[in-house]
Design a protein around this ligand. Structure first.
Ligand code: ATP
Length: 310
């Protein structure tokens, strides 16, 4: 669905050139839900704008939904949906009128447009809001309307730019369910986010971008496994004896922590071994690595801190 090679964008500014995206390769298979994760300013929006024909790359090439990005941008546009950060639903229109207007714009007859709108209102939980002005909708309802507008022409590939930004936790979860449903309906989804929980929950596969380059790629679980293992924390009066058995173990009072691969599976054997040498335990915890640990390992910086500072 997406095959991009060496895609790059350099901006010329008064203070000199800015390499926003430095030659990225991106592959997305049909039906995948791929998350494009990175801190503010990493190059997510610039990449997305290139992939959706809104910005011409300064180098590289791509085939999107079967059409060449550089030689057939109109073909690309016909076959994709794009939901930007601030979408263009006409502010003083009613919800159903707005959708119907767009459907007619895509060339549907009045009859087909009405059928399509009814279907989308149902799918995106917007029934009962047909006559409401777009401005009067809640944040979550507006985002669902934006996405409904993005899939009016039944694209097989949908781009979502930071879909849940500025939504409250409940509306975010609800929106995520709708995004998952799009995937279940067979739509390939490429979404940018700087939220770790969103990337973790939604993505089959993640691309992590930092300073314009892709620094990691894999399923959320694969990426977490790549970090130096799960963190095991044991409470024991013999903490230093336990620490002597594991590399890089850290002792704090009656607590010892260390990382091991596949902690949940390794734990029973490990506890038996400690029991055999007479170690007494009063607590056991295993923490899986988070995507933030992944980012920290790849870049030396915490994505969580970056997001908070933004
Ligand atoms: N039109 C422009 N002119 C000059 N520099 C730009 C332009 N657009 C983006 N940049 C720079 O390119 C880099 C990447 O920006 P981009 O918006 O792609 O990042 P992002 O990962 O989408 O960030 P955010 O999460 O804040 O949207 C940043 O350093 C940004 O300042």
């Amino acid at each position: 669905m997406i095959k991009a090679r060496g895609l790059a964008r350099r901006f010329t500014t008064r203070t000199g050139p800015v390499d926003a995206v430095r030659g990225v390769d991106i592959d997305v298979a049909e039906g995948e839900l791929v998350g494009f994760l990175g801190p503010n300013g990493a190059g997510k929006s610039t990449t997305l704008r290139m992939l959706t024909t809104l910005l011409r790359p300064t180098a590289g090439e791509a085939v999107i939904a079967g059409h060449d990005l550089l030689t057939d941008p109109a073909g690309v546009r016909r076959n994709i949906g794009y939901v930007g950060q601030k979408n263009g639903a006409g502010q003083d229109q009613g919800v159903a009128d707005e959708l119907e207007f767009q459907a007619r714009f895509y060339g549907l007859s009045r009859h087909d447009a009405r059928r399509k709108v009814a279907d989308l209102l149902e799918r995106f939980d917007l029934r009962g809001l047909e006559k409401r002005g777009v401005v009067t909708l809640s944040g979550g309802q507006q985002r669902r309307l934006d996405i409904a507008m993005g899939v009016l022409h039944d694209p097989r590939l949908l781009f979502l730019d930071e879909p849940s930004t500025a939504l409250d936790p409940q509306s975010r979860r609800n929106l995520w369910d709708h995004v998952k449903q799009l995937k279940a309906d067979g739509v390939t989804v490429f979404l940018t986010t700087h939220y770790l929980d969103e990337a973790d929950f939604l993505s089959d596969r993640l691309l992590v971008i930092d300073h314009g380059s892709i620094v990691a790629e894999g399923s959320p679980d694969e990426l977490k496994h790549r970090v130096s293992g799960d963190l095991v924390v044991l409470g024991t009066p013999q903490a230093s004896i336990v620490a002597s058995k594991f590399q890089n173990a850290v002792v704090e009072g009656e607590q010892v922590s260390f990382r091991i691969p596949n902690g949940d599976r390794a734990l029973p054997g490990l506890l038996r071994d400690l029991d055999d040498i007479g170690v007494e335990l009063h607590s056991v915890q295993v923490h899986r690595p988070t995507l933030d640990d992944v980012f920290l390992t790849m870049t030396g910086r915490s994505l969580r801190e970056e997001a908070r500072a933004a």
